[in-house]
Design a protein around this ligand. Structure first.
Ligand SMILES: *Cc1c(COP(=O)(O)O)cnc(C)c1O
Ligand SMILES: [Zn+2]
Length: 372
C-alpha cells in the first residue's frame, strides 16, 4: 500500500501512481519483515532482500546492483569504513533505487517515463529503463557533467538539456510528464526509497549484524539518508541489530537548505539560496521529502554538516591519493567526517561509515577543468 506523507489517504500499489491526490509524496508499507533467517544462498545484490523492495510479483530489473565493498581506510590517522557505493553498475548508488523503481514500473506495465536529474539519477534510470524495455526521457540541467549526459544518451534515453537551474529542469520535466509519460522521479518514488534501504541492510550484514556509531552521507533530496535510516529501523524491528547509528547529513555550504532548516528547528525545509558548487549531485534547493528528512535526523539524533568548496576539492584529491576515485559530491561526506573526527564529535573509540556515492569517472570534465 501507498500511504500519503501528509494526509490520511492510502492507495493500492497495484496501479501506477507517483504522488497523493493532495499533492504530497507517498511512502510504501506492506508489513514485510527483514528476512534475517533466509539470506543463505541469495544473490549478492539488493535482491538479496527482495521482500523489502515492494514488488507484488517476481518482476526484477537488475544489473547486480548493491553489495558493494565496505572497506577499512585511514582518515585523520584513524580507522574508518568506506562504503564503495560508486561501484554500482552505472557508477552511482542510485542504482539501488532505480532497480526497485523500474521493477515496479515494469510490473505496472508503464511504457514511457520522464525523469529529471542532475545527472546520476538520470543515468541510472536510463540504464534500468533500457533493461526494462521502457522508453525514457531524461531532463538534465545544461551544466551537468559531460560524462553523465553522454551516459544517459548511450543508454538510449532521450536526453533533454535544460538551460538554467536544476529547478527549471524539474519544471520542464513535469510539463513533459503532464503532456504524456509517467513521472518516474527518484525524488518522489516510494519504490526508489525502498531500494535505498538496502545500503543499511548491507552495512549491518557486512559488520556481522552490528552498525557503526555514525553513518555519514551527502544529502540532496534525501533518498539516501532517509532510505538508510528506514533500513536501519527495519533491521532493529526484526531484531537483526540491537542499536542504531547516528545519521550525519552533509551539504555543500553553497547550497544548504537542510542545514539551515535543522539549525533553525523548522518542521519543513524552505528553499535555500543556491550558489554554484562542485557537489552538483546534492545541489538541491529544496528537498521534496522534507518532513521525512527532518524526522530521520531527529529520530537518529542526527547531525547536519556543511563543507566549503575548497574542502570538497581537497578531499576529492585526498581520496584519490588513497586509491579511491570519487566525484566531488561524494567527497563531501568524507570531508565532513574528517571534520567531526578532528573536533571530537566522533570520538576515537567510535566507529564511522562514510557512504561514497558516485564515481570520479562521472565528473572527468569538471575534474579536468579544476586541476589541469
Ligand atoms: C544523488 C546523489 C547524492 C545524494 O542525493 P539524495 O537525493 O540525497 O539521495 C549523493 N551523491 C551523489 C553522487 C549523487 O548523485
Ligand atoms: Zn495526501
Amino acid at each position: 500500500m501507498f500511504f500519503c506523507s501528509a494526509c490520511d489517504r492510502s492507495y493500492d500499489a497495484c496501479h501506477p501512481r507517483w504522488r497523493c491526490d493532495c499533492g504530497n509524496y507517498l511512502l510504501y508499507r506492506n508489513g514485510a519483515r527483514f528476512p534475517l533467517d533466509q539470506l543463505g544462498g541469495r544473490p549478492g545484490s539488493i535482491w538479496r532482500y527482495r521482500e523489502m523492495l515492494g514488488l507484488e510479483n517476481g518482476t526484477r530489473v537488475s544489473l547486480g546492483e548493491g553489495f558493494t565493498p565496505l572497506e577499512r581506510a585511514q582518515l585523520m590517522g584513524r580507522d574508518v569504513w568506506l562504503k564503495l557505493d560508486f561501484m554500482c553498475p552505472t557508477g552511482s548508488y542510485k542504482d539501488r533505487g532505480s532497480s526497485a523503481m523500474l521493477s515496479k514500473l515494469k510490473e505496472w506495465g508503464v511504457p514511457e517515463i520522464v525523469e529529471d536529474s542532475s545527472g546520476n539519477a538520470g543515468a541510472s534510470v536510463a540504464a534500468y529503463a533500457a533493461l526494462a524495455g521502457i522508453r525514457a526521457r531524461i531532463f538534465v540541467p545544461q551544466s551537468t557533467s559531460a560524462g553523465k549526459s553522454a551516459q544517459i544518451a548511450m543508454y538510449g534515453a532521450e536526453l533533454v538539456k535544460v538551460p538554467g537551474s536544476r529547478e527549471e529542469t524539474t519544471r520542464a520535466a513535469r510539463a513533459a510528464a503532464d503532456a504524456g509519460g509517467f513521472y518516474a522521479s527518484h525524488n518522489w518514488s516510494a519504490h526508489f526509497l525502498l531500494g535505498m534501504k538496502t545500503v543499511a541492510y548491507e552495512i549491518a550484514e557486512q559488520l556481522q549484524w552490528d552498525v557503526p556509531d555514525f553513518v555519514v552521507a551527502p544529502i540532496g533530496g534525501g533518498s539516501l539518508l532517509c532510505g538508510a535510516w528506514l533500513g536501519f529501523q527495519d533491521l532493529a524491528a526484526a531484531g537483526a541489530i540491537s542499536r542504531l547509528p547516528r545519521m550525519v547529513a552533509v551539504q555543500a555550504a553553497n547550497c544548504p537548505p537542510v542545514y539551515d532548516a535543522w539549525k533553525s528547528g523548522l518542521d519543513t525545509i524552505p528553499a535555500a539560496d543556491k550558489k554554484d558548487t562542485a557537489a552538483e549531485g546534492i545541489a538541491v534547493a529544496r528537498p521534496i521529502r522534507d518532513k521525512l528528512v527532518l524526522q530521520s535526523l531527529r529520530e537518529s539524533n542526527g547531525i547536519v554538516a556543511t563543507v566549503g568548496e575548497s574542502c570538497i576539492w581537497e578531499m576529492t584529491e585526498a581520496l584519490g591519493h588513497m586509491g579511491v576515485y570519487v566525484e566531488p559530491t561524494s567527497a563531501t561526506a568524507a570531508a565532513a567526517a574528517a571534520d567531526l573526527i578532528a573536533t571530537g564529535v566522533i570520538a576515537p573509540h567510535q566507529s564511522v561509515a562514510i557512504l561514497l556515492t558516485g564515481s570520479g569517472l562521472k565528473a572527468t570534465d569538471k575534474i579536468v577543468a579544476h586541476y589541469f
